[in-house]
Design a protein around this ligand. Structure first.
Ligand code: FDA
Length: 391
C-alpha cells in the first residue's frame, strides 16, 4: 500500500476540518489532515473570549446569511447542537448557557480543541502540520504537492476557513482552489466587524469611546437589539457586529437609542420643565452621550425653551438616528468572512461540488455565514459532519 495515498485528504485542521476528519475516519476511511499552521485550531482557541461559544441551542436556517438561504437546512438538521453537546458530555467537558441560547465552555476553548484532537486520534486520522500546500492537481485522483511530500487522495476536502484574522493563519487558499477548479464564488466582505466613520464626522463622538448602551440597530428588514459600543473610530458591540454582516457600503443604518421608550411622549410630558436637555436625556442614556446629543444635535437649553417642533424632531432622531458608516475595521478585526464558495455549485447533502466529483468545501470558506452567538461553529460542525459522512 502507498503510504502517501489516502481515501480523504483534508486541507485545514480548524473546526470544520477536524469534525470532517474524525467523522470520515470513524467510517473506516484513511484520512490525512494537513494544516500550514504550527498551532492547532487557533480560531477555536481565541473564540468567545477564550471560552468558545461553540453552538447555539436555537440554531435555525434563519440565523445564517447566504445567497442560497435554504442550502444550510439539510446539514443543520443532521448535525444539531445536541449532537455536539453529546460529544462534550462524553468527554466530561463542562459548559454553560449565556443569553440567547449561546453555549460556552466552563474552562476554556482548549478543552474543545483537545476533544476534537483526541476523537481524530482515536479514529486513526494522520496529521501533517505545519505543512504548506504548493500545488493541487487532478488525474483519476487528487494529487497534492505539499512541503512534506506528495499525497494522493480519492476525496479532497477544503476546510481552510475565511480571511478574518490573517495574523493567526487565515489565507485565501480555499477561494483560489475554487477558482482553479471552476467552482463559482459569491462576493466576499468582512462580517461581524466593527464599523468606522470619517474622522471629521466622528470627531464629536470619538470622546465617547468605551460608552455603551442597549439599542436597536437596523438595516433594511434586519434589526438587532443588543449592546452598542462607541469606539474611537466608530461603533462596535454585539448589535453593530450583527448588523455589519448585512450592511452594504454607502448605505445608512438606523439606530433606536431609546428602545423601550416613546420619545415623543417623554418630551411632551416635560415640555414645561426647566431641566436642561442634557440632564433630562442623562436619565435614559449614558451621561456623556446625553451631553453630546444635547450640545451637537440642538443646543443645551432648559426643556421649556424649545419649540414643540424641535423636540418632536429630536424625539424622531433619538428613535431613528440615521448614520452612514464609511467602512469596517476589515479582516484584521472581523470574526468572519461573508460570502465564499457559491453553495449553488455544491450538494447540500454532502458539500461535494456538483461538477468536480470528490472535491468538497466545508465551514466558513463556503457562502454560509452565521450570526453572532455560536452559529458559525455550529455550521463548521454540521458541514464538516455532512462531508465526513460522504467523502
Ligand atoms: P478555521 O478558520 O477554524 O480553520 C481553518 C484552518 O485552515 C486553520 O487551521 C488554518 O490554519 C488553515 N489554513 C488556512 N489556510 C491554509 C493553507 N493555505 N494551507 C493549509 N492550511 C490552511 N464563531 C462562533 O460560532 N462562536 C464564537 O465564539 C466565535 N468567536 C470568534 C472569535 C474570533 C476572534 C474570530 C476571528 C472568530 C470567531 N468565531 C466564532 C468564528 C469561528 O471561529 C469561525 O467561523 C470558524 O472557526 C470557522 O471554522 P473553519 O474550520 O471553517 O475555519
Amino acid at each position: 500500500m502507498d503510504a502517501n495515498r489516502f481515501d480523504v485528504l483534508i486541507v485545514g485542521a480548524g473546526a470544520a476540518g477536524m469534525m470532517c476528519a474524525l467523522t470520515a475516519a470513524q467510517r473506516g476511511r484513511s484520512v490525512l489532515l494537513l494544516d500550514h499552521s504550527s498551532k492547532l485550531a487557533e480560531k477555536i482557541r481565541i473564540s468567545g473570549g477564550g471560552r468558545c461559544n461553540f453552538t447555539n441551542l436555537n440554531s435555525r436556517p434563519e440565523n445564517f446569511l447566504s445567497q442560497n438561504p435554504h442550502f444550510c437546512r439539510s446539514a443543520l438538521a443532521r448535525f444539531t447542537p445536541q449532537h455536539f453537546i453529546a460529544m462534550l458530555e462524553r468527554h466530561g467537558i463542562g459548559y454553560h448557557e449565556k443569553t440567547l441560547g449561546q453555549l460556552f465552555c466552563d474552562d476554556g476553548s482548549e478543552a474543545i480543541i483537545a476533544m476534537l484532537k483526541s476523537e481524530c486520534d482515536a479514529a486513526g486520522v494522520r496529521w501533517c502540520m505545519p505543512c504548506g500546500v504548493e500545488k493541487i492537481e487532478r488525474d483519476d485522483e487528487f494529487v497534492v504537492t505539499a512541503s512534506h511530500g506528495k499525497y494522493r487522495a480519492e476525496s479532497l476536502v477544503i476546510a481552510t476557513g475565511g480571511l478574518s484574522i490573517p495574523k493567526i493563519g487565515a489565507t485565501p487558499f480555499g477561494y483560489k482552489l475554487a477558482e482553479q477548479f471552476g467552482v463559482p464564488m459569491t462576493r466576499l466582505k468582512p462580517g461581524l466587524v466593527p464599523l468606522t466613520f470619517h474622522p471629521e464626522e466622528w470627531a464629536a463622538y470619538a470622546e465617547l469611546s468605551g460608552a455603551s448602551l442597549d439599542a436597536v440597530v437596523s438595516f433594511g428588514k434586519h434589526s438587532f437589539r443588543e449592546n452598542l459600543l462607541f469606539t474611537h473610530r466608530g461603533l462596535s458591540g454585539p448589535a453593530i457586529l450583527q448588523i455589519s454582516s448585512y450592511w452594504e457600503q454607502g448605505m445608512p443604518l438606523s439606530i433606536d437609542l431609546l428602545p423601550d421608550l416613546d420619545a415623543h411622549e417623554m418630551f411632551l410630558q416635560q415640555r414645561g420643565s426647566k431641566m436642561l436637555l442634557g440632564n433630562f436625556l442623562a436619565q435614559y442614556l449614558p451621561k456623556r452621550l446625553a451631553e453630546i446629543i444635547a450640545v451637537q444635535w440642538l443646543e443645551n437649553k432648559p426643556l421649556n425653551q424649545y419649540a414643540e417642533k424641535e423636540l418632536r424632531t429630536l424625539a424622531d432622531k433619538l428613535k431613528k438616528w440615521q448614520i452612514i458608516p464609511s467602512g469596517t475595521m476589515g479582516y484584521g478585526k472581523a470574526e468572519v468572512t461573508c460570502g465564499g464558495v457559491d453553495t449553488r455549485a455544491l450538494s447540500s447533502k454532502t458539500m461535494e461540488c456538483n461538477n468536480v466529483p470528490g472535491l468538497y468545501f466545508v465551514g466558513e470558506v463556503m457562502d454560509v455565514t452565521g450570526q453572532l452567538g455560536g452559529y458559525n461553529f455550529q455550521w463548521a460542525w454540521a458541514s464538516g459532519y455532512a462531508a465526513g459522512q460522504a467523502a
